[in-house]
Design a binder for this molecule. Structure first.
Ligand code: ADP
Ligand code: MG
Length: 352
């Protein structure tokens, strides 16, 4: 026969005890994670990567202290890199490390700034030391190249996501803004455009291409080259600049809006790589270039009187650049192919 006391025993045995046990375990896990978090910071972040002389106090206190150069302003940019949104779950950790900083550097490049310091907010579902080791390899590889010190950050648990804030410097009057383009200025693009988007399509299984091109295209997607030196060389030469993250036809609109001008882009002059054209042909290549995104090349405008200076300064930076159009008074973007109006099939990537 069932009694009150046997109900109480039943409740204690099957409900209360397991709940207490789960809570107890939860607190143990949280405490252990906290200890692990400090070990992780010590092992992977404190004292790692290049150490600049202008870092007065790095990782370990509540804030970092840095000494900016005289006569320069601080240039700040922040980008989040979230699994599922910005990278596929099978992306190699070293490439995630590289790209999570590269995309931030691309913004500094677009302002003509020299990078100097960064912070890293890392959210991970669990502590996977092998992943962390490889992530750091990629991160410090590009940080070494541009001499950027990691001066702080945050480490938390959650869906995998990386936010880097990068700080650079530039003389204030030399910052390249989106708002400086004038009617008649020539429009240029560095490197080649469209490769990264095709690389992504290959990774997603939407396209198949020959193996030599495949490696190059995926490389362009995983490890974009931020045009940091080109950006600095454009100081005093370019009237405006932007980096290409969402696709040329979408990104250029920001320049046109900020500068209150229009533009003609000759799509037949867009710099397409051999790998892109040999894989999908010129027509599709142009579509990748216009709408694909994630090229992290610079688009910039130069007044006619500065074209000579441009040749000198960019050859010095060793970067290929191509004239793709001209700023107009019309307030709209006109795409032209061989002198005829070109209608694009798609638009740039939008998150929302
Ligand atoms: P607080 O609780 O005061 O914000 P934390 O305990 O989170 O400090 O971090 C301790 C130190 O380690 C700080 O100097 C912080 O900037 C640094 N830090 C934490 N996580 C990272 C990380 N992922 N990368 C670099 N530095 C980090
Ligand atoms: Mg604190």
């Amino acid at each position: 026969m069932k009694t009150v006391s046997s109900d109480a025993v039943f409740l204690a045995k099957f409900y209360i005890c397991p709940i207490v046990a789960v809570l107890h375990n939860y607190y143990l896990v949280v405490a252990e994670l906290k200890v692990k978090e400090f070990q992780i910071i010590e092992q992977y972040f404190a004292g790692q990567g290049p150490m600049r002389k202008d870092v007065i106090l790095g990782i370990g206190d509540d804030c970092a202290l840095v000494q900016p150069a005289e006569d320069k302003v601080i240039v700040i940019s922040c980008d989040t890199f979230a699994e599922g949104t910005h990278f596929l779950s099978d992306m190699p950790a070293a490439d995630i490390g590289f790209k999570s900083l590269a995309v931030n550097l691309s913004d500094l490049a677009a302002m003509g700034a020299e990078p100097a310091w960064m912070t890293l907010a890392l959210t991970l579902p669990e502590i996977d030391e092998e992943w962390l080791k490889q992530y750091c390899e990629g991160l410090y590889e590009i940080a070494e190249y541009y001499n950027i010190s990691l001066v702080g950050g945050d480490t938390t648990r959650g869906a995998k996501s990386i936010t880097i804030t990068v700080n650079g410097q530039t003389p204030e009057s030399m910052a390249l803004k989106r708002s400086g383009a004038n009617v008649g200025d020539w429009i240029y693009v560095t490197g080649t455009v469209g490769d990264s988007a095709l690389g992504l399509d290959i990774l997603l299984g939407n396209r198949q291409v020959e193996s030599e091109s495949k490696e190059y295209l995926i490389g362009r997607h995983y490890r974009p080259t931020p045009r940091v030196l080109a950006g600095q060389s454009l100081r005093g030469v370019a009237s405006s600049a932007i980096d290409l993250s969402d696709g040329l036809s979408s990104d250029i609109q920001h320049v046109l809006k900020a500068s209150e001008v229009g533009a003609v882009i000759n799509v037949d002059q867009l710099p397409l790589s051999k790998a892109l054209v040999s894989s999908v042909g010129q027509e599709q290549g142009i579509e990748y270039a216009l709408s694909g995104g994630e090229d992290y090349e610079l688009l910039f405008t130069v007044p006619d009187a500065k074209v000579g200076a441009l040749t000198a300064s960019l050859s010095h930076a060793g970067v290929k650049y191509t004239k793709v159009g001209q700023i107009t008074a019309g307030r709209e973007l006109v795409l032209s192919f061989d002198g005829k109006t070109y209608i694009s099939q798609q638009h740039g990537f939008k998150h929302f």
